[in-house]
Design a protein around this ligand. Structure first.
Ligand code: NIG
Ligand code: FE
Length: 409
């Protein structure tokens, strides 16, 4: 058995429990001063008072030097596999083009689709693995990754195979989501219904057969998929025993969040334009709000009403949305800053939003997201005395040491 001791922790801050936290519970964290954590074979065994254990009894001792320790961060929403980049869109944006204008003109997601179809599995794998390295160095120890830049059966399966290989070969735990309904591909232009039929009849069953995803997601948005098409797709996904996610109310509220709540989707994501009826439906359906503040920042959009959603009893998570168009940043620490500054959430609420709540929204709540006996030993030692400092400083990487399954990265 391999035994590791994380010693000399000045402040250990963590939510508790393996369930998603909502309402006033969103802001409840446990804070321990002067403790150490005993790890056995990659799992947390005990949190105890500093000096209780004898370092000689351990194979490895990690000195936290009196600093802050939190659970490893969980990024519950990324599109991190893609061919090429879209830096040329920046000038169009500066000239005033909106996100949907660029998409309607055949750019945006469709530009990345062309480049992703052209990329080999190896190219995509190498590029994505280096993104995972960067994320891990910034304190993210578990993430979700969506397909959705292939939009043919073969290229979607290619993306999902890359996700599987990443999960097998990288220290990061990677949770796969099938998002074949990310855009209407050029071959189906003007025939969104037929594309949905194709996904439901031919692709979803194949993804299931090969065990390549846990969730299915769809972009329910004006000029992309409407609420009725989203319902059909999500129903087919549920019939095939996938759990449901939906990109909803990102730019226009066209019924996506009401549908999410009604279908008891695991999460609805973006929510910038959500209305009262969408919030009520999500609260009723137990659907997590996956909020993406760095996307609001990058699009120059308004911010999702995260505070109000907490007050309404919706579990709130915060993720990066890392993708080549609306958020070319994988820095979840920036999202933490924006969670406080723009959503007006308190540091404790934000910590819950980047640990246990996204962990539950990607079905890993019993494994990660808190520092408690029995959970995987995924932890971050911060160059900070408390989590307020992590919320307050911005632009630097404050993750000093990252521990994944008990191993120092
Ligand atoms: O979550 N909204 C849809 N999908 C991504 C953007 C994808 C892209 O622009 O490439 C998002 O923001
Ligand atoms: Fe997204």
């Amino acid at each position: 058995m391999k035994r590791t001791l994380v010693t000399n922790i000045g402040c250990l801050q963590t939510p508790v429990g393996s369930y998603s936290h909502k309402g006033s519970k969103q802001g409840i964290n446990e804070k321990y001063a002067d403790v150490e954590v005993v790890i056995e074979d990659g799992l947390i065994k005990e949190i105890c008072a500093s000096g209780k254990s004898s370092p000689a009894d351990f194979d490895q001792v990690i000195d936290a030097e009196g600093k802050l320790v939190t659970p490893g961060l969980v990024d519950g929403h990324t599109h991190l596999i893609f061919g090429g980049y879209r830096q040329h869109e920046l000038a169009m944006k500066i000239a005033g083009a909106g996100y949907l204008d660029i998409l309607r003109a055949g750019g945006g997601i469709l530009d990345t689709v062309r480049k992703t179809r052209d990329a080999s599995e190896e190219e995509l794998y190498d590029k994505s693995m280096s993104f995972l390295d960067e994320m891990l160095s910034m304190g993210i120890t578990t993430c979700e990754v969506k397909s959705g830049y292939g939009l043919t059966k073969d290229s979607e399966l290619k993306m999902l195979r890359v996700i599987r290989a990443m999960n097998e070969n990288h220290k990061m735990d990677v949770v796969p989501t099938f998002m074949g309904a990310h855009a209407i591909p050029p071959e189906y232009e003007g025939r969104g219904d037929e594309y949905i039929d194709f996904l439901c009849e031919e692709v979803i069953p194949q993804v299931k057969k090969e065990g390549l995803a846990e969730f299915c997601d769809i972009f329910c948005e004006d000029a992309v998929f409407n609420a009725e098409q989203s319902r059909r797709y999500l129903q087919a996904a549920r019939d095939a025993e996938f759990e449901l996610k939906i990109h909803a109310d990102e730019i226009e509220a066209i019924g996506g969040t009401e549908l999410a709540g009604e279908m008891r989707a695991t999460s609805a994501e973006h929510l910038i334009a959500i209305k009262e009826s969408g919030m009520d439906a999500m609260a009723e359906g137990g659907t997590t709000a996956m909020c993406l503040p760095a996307t609001s920042f990058y699009l120059g959009a308004t911010y999702a009403p995260a505070k109000k959603m907490v007050e309404k009893g919706i579990p709130v998570a915060i993720a990066s949305d890392f993708n080549p168009g609306s958020c070319p940043s994988l820095n979840l620490q920036l999202a933490i800053n924006l969670g406080c500054l723009k959503y007006r959430l308190l540091p404790e609420e934000v910590l819950t939003a980047v640990t246990i709540n996204p962990a539950c929204a990607i079905n890993r709540g019993d494994l990660v997201g808190t520092i408690e006996p029995g959970k995987q030993a995924d932890m971050v030692i911060w160059n900070a005395p408390d989590f307020e400092m992590v919320c307050y400083r911005f632009g630097s990487n404050l993750a000093e040491k990252v521990i994944k399954k008990g191993e120092l990265i």
